[in-house]
Design a protein. Structure first.
Length: 179
């Protein structure tokens, strides 16, 4: 008679199970951090999309304004012409961007005839709109007649510890000038 052998133990040891749990935990933490980053980036994209839509709305409205006589299409401050897009104070501003500004025009210049997104709505969403008008030597013909104006619409909003902005530029040709 042969001695009976005890079956060999199969399965995982406690150490193997703990190592597997640690690997799973590290992977799960990585997924959670990726999810958090995705949520933050989605929120950022939503705010930037709103700001861009406000800027596009203002640019579209400008095309309906009377080119020759509307004071909102006049260069009110030539001191900002060298940097009419306000690139020097661009995205991730740390100063109070709403108190600073050498802008030609702001939301305050939009009156009851403005057919776009109302100033009160833009401010309620936390945005401020500014725009600069610039006439460059390239925008004048050989006789000195103005051919058009360059416009930069700047939409700014505050975030904790910083200010952000979106800048859209366009060219509004003088409708009286034929090319």
């Amino acid at each position: 008679m042969r001695p009976t052998r005890l079956p060999r133990a199969t399965g995982f040891t406690l150490l193997e199970a703990m190592v597997a749990m640690a690997v799973l935990l590290i992977g799960t933490m990585g997924l959670i951090s990726l999810h958090d980053m995705g949520v933050r980036m989605n929120g950022d994209a939503r705010v930037m999309t709103r700001a861009t839509a406000l800027a596009e709305d203002l640019l579209a409205q400008m095309k309906t304004w009377n080119y020759a006589s509307d004071p909102r299409l006049k260069n009110a401050s030539t001191s900002n012409d060298a940097d009419y897009t306000d690139a020097a104070s661009s995205t991730f501003l740390t100063k109070n961007a709403l108190a600073v500004g050498d802008f030609d025009h702001s939301d305050d210049d939009l009156d009851a005839t403005y057919g776009g997104v109302p100033t009160a709505t833009a401010k309620a969403l936390g945005f401020r709109r500014y725009w600069n008008i610039d006439v460059d030597a390239k925008d004048v013909d050989t006789n000195g007649a103005q051919l058009g104006i360059r416009v930069a619409v700047i939409v700014r909003w505050g975030e904790p510890g910083r200010w952000r902005d979106v800048v859209l530029t366009s060219y509004l040709p003088d409708p009286q000038v034929t090319f």
